[in-house]
Design a protein around this ligand. Sequence first.
Ligand SMILES: C[S@@+](CC[C@H](N)C(=O)[O-])C[C@H]1O[C@@H](n2cnc3c(N)ncnc32)[C@H](O)[C@@H]1O
Length: 340
Amino acid sequence: MDSASSPILAGDTAPSQPSVSESGAEPKYAYSSSSGHFAGLMHGDSATMLKTLPSDVFNVAVTSPPYFWVRDYGYEKQLGHEESVEAYIDALMDVFDEVKRTLHPEGVFFLNIGDTYYSGNGQPHGSDPKCSSRNFLRKKVRPVDVSGWDIPKKSMIGIPWKVAFEMQQRGWTLRSTIIWNRCNAFVEPTARDRPYRQYEFVFMFSKSRFYSFDRSKLVEEDVWNIPIERNRRAKHNAAFPSELVRRCVEVASPPNGHVLDPFAGSGTSILTSMANHRNVVGIDMSNDYVEYVQGAIEGEGYMASCWENLVNRLRKPSPLWDEWTGNRRNFRKPGTAKKV
Ligand SMILES: C[S@@+](CC[C@H](N)C(=O)[O-])C[C@H]1O[C@@H](n2cnc3c(N)ncnc32)[C@H](O)[C@@H]1O
């Protein structure tokens, strides 16, 4: 991306900025649309970047973090390459504690998370020609390849539930364990003695017991049949489908509300939120993805703006908040009409 069309950095007022790869600082890029919506992109470590965002502002967070030792995003400090499951969960909690702080008191967090098998078999062999980011599995001995764990080899570790239990300990209310049925999931060539994995969890957490939620926007109950999108944006082969994000955003935020994705990747949450008239902030540590998402935001006609303007917008609720059907103050007992 050329500097003339680059968005501006936090605190700056100059119209041009260096590209992601040239800039040494941890940049924050703000954009706005002609209809007055904002999109923000933060390039850096999620737990660190989140600390710079205000408290109690986002209606909904939706994300898919790196799974434990499943992919290599090709840079230092990436999450998912910890030495133990406990360290992985600690690293996730550093991020999710901040998600909780920045979430509106009546906000909701949708977390898509998958599991990993404990192999215990030493270094794997072979390669996966369809997915280069998974080939690292064949080149190094991951902690899950080392023998000596206290569970049998070939076991699923149960990571999604371990994460969910830790979230509960930290005050999150686990309200639903949505099954995302990936109707067109890939076959797993190495899984000769078990069913292929066709579904993943999307855990729905609320920050407090009483929160806002628009049931009328639910398309299905707790089994969501949504195909994987095969046209991989930015060569991101762990992207989740825009329909999944759309459902989360629609049930848990009013139009013009505020959305957060702390692991934005190829920008599915950002672009889907923009298309659905929400303000959105996404964070990612990958140069490639951030550069790609910058181009995609600009491709939607958004223009460079000031980070302060974006933050000021986040501090104000959507103008439709009071009248939004999902606002818990508008909840009615079944069969009772709204007083006029
Ligand atoms: C599963 S992908 C997210 C995919 C995304 N939902 C999409 O639709 O494209 C996880 C992302 O987390 C990013 N990531 C890994 N460690 C990170 C960290 N410490 N801080 C911020 N982002 C990180 C990776 O670069 C990767 O893009």
